[in-house]
Design a protein around this ligand. Structure first.
Ligand SMILES: C[S@@+](CC[C@H](N)C(=O)[O-])C[C@H]1O[C@@H](n2cnc3c(N)ncnc32)[C@H](O)[C@@H]1O
Length: 450
């Protein structure tokens, strides 16, 4: 069957498909005349009409998005957010925005699917057979909404807050975002005219305190325009949020932040430690993630007073502080972070702990020059994983234990295979649903060499 282009639709064609298993990345696998089609917003066992979004005669696989469900799976639920609802978007001839691609699936079934995907990555990429369960975040809302303390938006022509569909440059204006915290939605940023900004990043500390709106200006935007946006943000927000909201702008020339209102950073807290996080510096997104992960890491590594540890890809020092507390002042923690701004935060956050050495630089370069014993290594790399060089460097340091925090099961399983080649075994694995209604998940593993 040749894909037909429906009248008035912007996409190249529609297919009727029977949906197979869930795949990593938020896709579901279907087949059409022998060719694999990765379908978004579907569920295994469903019969759907899907609109092709990526197609080519010679392409190894096609991509598609559900526009109509002909035979629904029992776990299908109405989507909670219209802009991300594939069925509503499809009926209007457009694609749904990304960021809530599992919102059509009941929460328990989302976790079951994620567990299956994680186990499959372990099997395929690390050769490890293991049953996986996915734990809900501590104090999760029963509906899985309101967890994001960070949100990132584009700006549509006309200055309205907008988001992109998956793998698309289209801009869809958005309003309230149900996955974002009440503090972010209280800013009512959709009422602001962001003309002059290209992107808008928002951070609202989980424990309360002033939120920060960071503007990434479009080329040629004048300081006057940014000041106008900052005062509009203060004016439209709910009164309490409006009084305290900070606004800063990224200066693409100096690579520094310009303060427009309030301060350029937010204060976060986790398990008794305070952290300052500047601008769009990394911080775990789910409001319960810092506490959940710190508890898992501290318990899993079980550091003893006097031990020497490394916290690699350390960000603003979320894990460094509790690890330093565990090893005490006779111990030592090397905290390595690549981003200069975030490393500056780490230096401030860890200033009062003399057993901490903060080093700004690429992990592979820092480890290449590292001398001295390491009893424990914690790594928390970005989505791409640590990579072969870093895995080999950690292995060569021969710590008694390695803790691996990961936000991507595929790069984690790939790295785990390399650790396995060097004799490391997966002793403990916990997988957390710290991104409800999306396909993402977070994990913490403990590796040891017998
Ligand atoms: C997933 S975040 C984890 C941060 C921290 N562990 C936390 O949970 O808050 C990964 C961090 O690694 C940093 N990073 C990415 N690539 C790096 C590299 N090659 N060397 C050093 N740091 C890197 C990023 O800037 C980011 O802060």
């Amino acid at each position: 069957m040749t894909p037909q282009t429906p009248q008035g639709a912007s996409a190249p064609g529609d297919l009727e498909l029977t949906i197979g298993p869930a795949a990593h990345g938020g896709h579901f696998v279907a087949r059409h005349e022998g060719r694999v089609v990765f379908v978004r917003h579907a569920l295994p066992g469903e019969r759907v009409r899907a609109r092709l979004t990526d197609v080519g005669e010679k392409a190894k696989f096609w991509r598609a998005d559900v526009v109509e469900v002909l035979e629904p799976a029992p776990a299908r639920v109405p989507h909670f957010w219209a802009p991300a609802d594939a069925l509503k978007a499809g009926s209007r001839g457009r694609l749904p925005v990304g960021g809530a691609e599992f919102g059509h699936i009941g929460l328990a079934e989302q976790r079951r699917l994620k567990a299956g995907i994680f186990a499959e990555q372990l099997r395929r990429l690390a050769g490890i057979e293991r049953e996986v369960t996915v734990e809900a975040a501590a104090e999760e809302n029963p509906d899985g909404l309101g967890w994001r303390t960070r949100a990132s938006f584009s700006v549509a022509p006309g200055g309205h807050l907008a988001m992109h569909p998956h793998r698309s440059e289209d801009l869809v204006p958005v309003q309230e975002m149900p996955l974002a915290s009440t503090a972010i939605n209280a800013l009512k940023l959709w009422e602001v005219d962001f003309t002059g900004a290209e992107r808008v990043e928002v951070a609202a500390p989980a424990a309360g305190g002033p939120p920060l709106v960071l503007l990434i200006p479009a080329g040629g935007t004048r300081p006057r325009t940014l000041a106008r946006i900052a005062s509009e943000i203060g004016a439209v927000a709910d009164p309490a949020a409006g009084e305290t909201v900070s606004v800063a702008a990224w200066d693409p020339e100096s690579h520094e932040l310009t303060r427009l209102r309030g301060r350029t950073w937010v204060r976060e807290q986790a398990e008794g430690h305070d952290y300052r996080v500047t601008g769009a510096g990394f911080w775990q997104i789910h409001r319960s993630a810092p506490g959940t992960l710190v508890q898992a890491v501290v318990q899993g590594l079980d550091l003893q007073p006097g031990e020497r540890a490394a916290d690699l890809f350390a960000g603003a020092g979320l894990f460094t502080a509790p690890l330093a507390e565990a090893v005490g002042t006779e111990g030592h923690v090397l905290s390595v972070e690549g981003s200069p701004g975030t490393s500056r935060d780490a230096r401030k956050n860890l200033f009062a702990m003399p057993q901490v050495e903060v080093v700004q630089g690429r992990v592979d370069r820092v480890l290449r020059n590292h001398e001295g014993r390491l009893d424990a290594v914690l790594l928390d790399p970005p989505r791409t994983g640590a990579g072969r060089v870093v895995v080999d460097q950690i292995s060569a340091a021969s710590p008694r234990v390695v803790g691996y925090v990961s936000c991507d099961p595929a790069s984690f399983a790939r790295d785990l295979a390399w650790f396995g080649e060097a004799g490391w075994e997966l002793e403990m694995l916990r997988v957390f649903d710290l991104y409800p209604h999306t396909h993402h998940m977070e994990s913490f593993a403990v590796l040891r060499r017998p």
